[in-house]
Structures are given as structure tokens and as C-alpha cells.
Design a binder for this molecule. Structure first.
Ligand code: AMP
Length: 308
């Protein structure tokens, strides 16, 4: 069992960012640190359950406290690389905005920072995972409980497409508390802005659509404190669980930093090293979020129906 940790204080070497990767047992002493070039050797050599070498698709989970920057980092990955992102928070907000049955059941819980039950979340996620076969993808905000994690892990292994990478974004509580009051979002797309370091070009408006930005109802210190408690209670055991999955080809990486700008080069370096087949996008106008893919399918279905 091993865990790879990358520190934000890593030096630039030969002009290229090289994270100080620490290969150590989960919870082990940092005195056993060993600077290794990042290679995710386990992941690269992993074998799929059918015995064939597994094709190197990014099938990634992103963990972190609420407000740690998961949304920002996912958005950057999706914009730059040929990778699809599925955020359960965005999916739920989409359900709520569209007043679906799931939206009506979950609205109150999301607004007060509670966790949606595992069975509802699995319904939401597995129906969407069907659209992500043979793609590089990442899940943001899921799983959040040990139950969700094991169910997802089993589901993916049964399909012969196990998770290849689990990223833990580690930002100190005080830093997050200090910045949530500055956070604004564009709900339809999930784009996140921060007035201090990532402001919209025009105050109050989304850069791409010009639509108004809104405050998330759960972005205030009291709700944040509740969500943080839930994070420690529910998500921490998940990290221990995935730490035990290294021999199955799922690598756990912890990235530390105060801002997404500090964490971004570490994340990029890891993906470029471990997934050579992951390409940068050529056409930035291509559909690149799952909601776009879902919309495209719905549009195609409607067209087919109206033609028929
Ligand atoms: P997020 O945008 O990821 O911070 O999620 C917003 C809210 O959606 C959370 O506070 C929860 O109420 C709900 N939620 C999102 N993902 C999950 C999940 N995996 N399990 C349970 N509830 C979730």
C-alpha cells in the first residue's frame, strides 16, 4: 500500500516544474521522503481485469474540502485537455434548476449543506457514467462517503475500467474560510470566480455568456463549518480506503497549496507524466463538459423524434 504526496514547495528544476513526490505509507513519517520523478509506475503497469494491459485512460476522482478549489482545477483541466468532467454538485444544481424529481428531493439538503443519500447519488452518477466510456474523465465531488466510494469502485472494476488516479486537494481551513465570501458562480456552466484572484472580466457577469453570476446559498461561514465537519467525518475514511487500492492500480496523490495557481502545475505534471495519451485540446470550442454532452444527446434525440 502506498501513497504519493506532492508538495507545493517543490523546486523548479531545469526550468521544468518537478513536484517533490514523496512515496510513503499512508500516515507514515515524512522523514521517509524520497524525491522521485513522478511516474505513477503502479498505474502505468496496471492490468485490466480481463488480463490485458489496461489502456491508459484518466479515470480520476478529485477530493478536497469544500472551497479547496476542486471546481477551479477541474475546469482548467477540462479547458486545456481532452478530458471530461462530471461534478455531482453541478449535476444536483442542474436538477434543482430544472425542478426534476431528484432536484425537488435534494434542494433543501443542498441549500443547508447536508449530504444527499448514497442511493440517490449513485443513481445520479451511474446514469451519467454510461456516457463516459473510453474517455478521459474526472469526477468532482463524488464519492463523498465510504459507501459511495466502495460502490463506485466495485461498479467500475466490474466494467473493467477501474479508477486510475485519486487526487486529494489539501488546502488549510483558514485559507478557505477567508476566501469563500469572495466566491461567485455561473450556475448553468459551473464556472467559478473569485473576486480576489480570479474576477470576472465584467463585474457580476459570466465571461463566456455574459449572464449574471450568483452566490451559492451554501457559501457562508456557518454552512461552511457544517460542510467541513461532514468532510472530516465522511471523506477522510475514503482517502484511507483509496490509499489501500494502490496495488489494484489506483494511485492516491495529495497536492498541497494555498491557491489553485499553486496546485495547478503539480496536477498538470502528474497527468502529463502518467497519461501520455492525454492530449491538449486542439479546438477549444469543442463541447467539453458532461452537461454539454448530455445536452447534445438530448438535442439529437429531439431532432430524431421530430424527423420521425
Ligand atoms: P459541491 O458543489 O460539490 O460542493 O456540492 C454541493 C452540495 O451538493 C453538497 O453540499 C451536497 O449537499 C450535495 N452533494 C454533492 N455531491 C454529493 C455527494 N457525492 N454525496 C452527497 N451529497 C452531495
Amino acid at each position: 500500500m502506498s501513497v504519493l504526496l506532492a508538495s507545493s514547495s517543490s523546486p523548479l528544476r531545469h526550468g521544468r516544474y518537478v513536484p517533490a513526490v514523496l512515496h510513503r505509507a499512508f500516515g507514515g513519517s515524512s522523514t521517509s521522503q524520497k524525491a522521485l520523478p513522478f511516474s505513477l509506475r503502479n498505474a502505468r503497469e496496471s492490468i485490466a481485469e480481463d488480463g490485458k494491459p489496461e489502456s491508459r485512460f484518466v479515470r480520476m476522482l478529485m477530493f478536497g474540502k469544500p472551497g479547496a478549489g476542486k471546481g477551479t482545477l477541474s475546469a482548467r483541466l477540462v479547458k486545456k485537455y481532452d478530458i471530461m468532467s462530471l461534478s455531482t454538485g453541478d449535476l444536483l444544481r442542474q436538477h434543482i434548476a430544472e425542478r426534476t424529481e431528484i432536484g425537488q428531493i435534494t434542494e433543501g439538503i443542498v441549500a443547508t449543506g447536508g449530504l444527499i443519500s448514497d442511493d440517490i447519488m449513485l443513481r445520479v452518477v451511474t446514469s451519467r457514467l454510461e456516457l463516459l466510456h473510453n474517455k478521459h474523465w474526472l469526477l468532482d465531488g463524488f464519492p463523498r462517503t465510504l459507501g459511495q466510494g466502495k460502490l463506485l469502485d466495485d461498479h467500475l472494476r466490474q466494467r473493467g475500467t477501474p479508477l486510475s488516479l485519486v487526487v486529494n486537494i489539501d488546502v488549510a481551513d483558514e485559507i478557505i474560510l477567508g476566501r469563500i465570501s469572495d466566491r461567485w458562480v455561473h450556475l448553468p456552466s459551473g464556472r467559478v470566480y473569485n473576486l480576489s484572484y480570479n474576477p470576472p472580466k465584467v463585474a457580476g457577469l459570466d465571461d463566456e455568456t455574459g449572464e449574471p453570476l450568483t452566490k451559492r446559498p451554501d457559501d457562508n461561514p456557518e454552512i461552511f463549518a457544517r460542510r467541513l465537519e461532514k468532510f472530516y467525518a465522511s471523506t477522510s475514511p475514503l482517502l484511507s480506503y483509496f490509499a489501500s487500492q494502490a496495488e489494484n492500480g489506483t494511485s492516491l496523490v495529495t497536492l498541497k497549496g494555498a491557491t489553485s495557481d499553486e496546485i495547478w502545475p503539480q496536477l498538470e505534471n502528474i497527468l502529463n507524466s502518467a497519461f501520455p495519451s492525454l492530449k491538449e485540446r486542439q479546438d477549444h470550442k469543442r463541447r467539453n463538459s458532461l452537461s454539454d454532452a448530455v445536452l447534445a444527446r438530448a438535442e439529437a434525440d429531439t431532432t430524431t423524434r421530430s424527423v420521425a
